[in-house]
Design a protein around this ligand. Sequence first.
Ligand code: ZN
Length: 458
Amino acid sequence: MSELLSVFLHLLLFKLVAPVTFRHHRYDDLVRTLYKVHNECPQITRVYSIGRSVQGRHLYVLEISDYPGFHEPLEPEVKYVGNMHGNEVLGRELLLQLCEFLCEEFRNGNRRVARLVQDTRIHVLPSMNPDGYEVAAAKGPNSSGYLVGRNNANGVDLNRNFPDLNTYIYYNEKYGGPNHHLPLPDNWKSQVEPETQAVIQWMRSFNFVLSANLHGGAVVANYPYDKSLEHRVRGFRSAANSPTPDDKLFQKLAKVYSYAHGWMHQGWNCGDYFPDGITNGASWYSLSKGMQDFNYLHTNCFEITLELSCNKFPGQEELQREWLGNREALIQFLEQVHHGIKGMVLDENYNNLAGAVISVSGINHDVTSGDHGDYFRLLLPGTYIVTATAPGFDPETVSVTVGPGEPILVNFHLKRSMAQASPVKRAPSGGRRVRVKVQPRGARKKEMEVKQPRRGPA
Ligand SMILES: [Zn+2]
């Protein structure tokens, strides 16, 4: 065998068996990795920053879609957020692996991945708390302790830092009032950290439909609400099942993850038992000002919180096993955005109507159409009465049967109301959505900031 051939075969063999590198990524390495994926798959990716951390690190997002940078009507937007707690690092590494995997498999012609990329606009924020991560990483795996690096550089727990909208929704459920898109407090920017503000502005600038927030310290898929109705009883935080109007849907989303995961569904993990590997957030422990409740109450986005490892900072040698345990679940969860109903809301002249409200009878939680007039309503299989309304137009109601597969396309053509000729916002010239005002009386409660959770990794 010639030496040249031998070298060639060696290189070929090396290429075939060279393991994907599983390592912890410090900030510079993370940024390099995102741009490396972009350089390998420029046609389906885009790197953008949603803002900066307290110490000035960018909060970088990798977008994966067939038209990066553009919203295609009827193509849903989904997001993954990792490393919100700086010392819970597995999500950060899994999301980097996911970005590399989607890029490589797309290039390899994997039909399932190609379809996902063509039909979905995926946004991945591997680290929401890059400052906290650096503090934890300086200590290294297995030694960072429970709290070192958890908070941002101002010492604030970002998952206790979102405006509390639960107090308003619990009031509205009892006394009447909007059941969706609860407004932000006027001075919200002064109440939240830079990382939280960046994420809220991100949520408001895309019409996200589905999301997961990746944490560590337990192994369970946790769904809203995180805050119980009686958050504190005589000074103690109470734990009580606090279902949303979409409870069955959230349970199913959580189960999709837990059953596609290598071992989450088995229930016994890290010394805790969760049937099916899922839990309502508040029935585990009540948490105020968390991100998943905020997603549901302020936007069209349905978010769950994934607790992915007993050890918050696992050693490098565990990363490959964890990736293999989570890979299918991360893909299947993204695919869940393609269920229920979706469609366009148009006027008689086929203009898009942004901010139209889509209501499903029996579910006290509406969604709205986005800037392009398209809406997405995740639903379990069943028959539903669905109504579209917009100010100045007559409502339109249809009956629709949803199956377990592809979303059903339901378009609405609203006719201008004769009774009322008030102006209506039209996309894309108008604002994002019709604003609703909520003024609950007597429902304003001052929440104490919870600095150190009794337990609870979320
Ligand atoms: Zn956490």
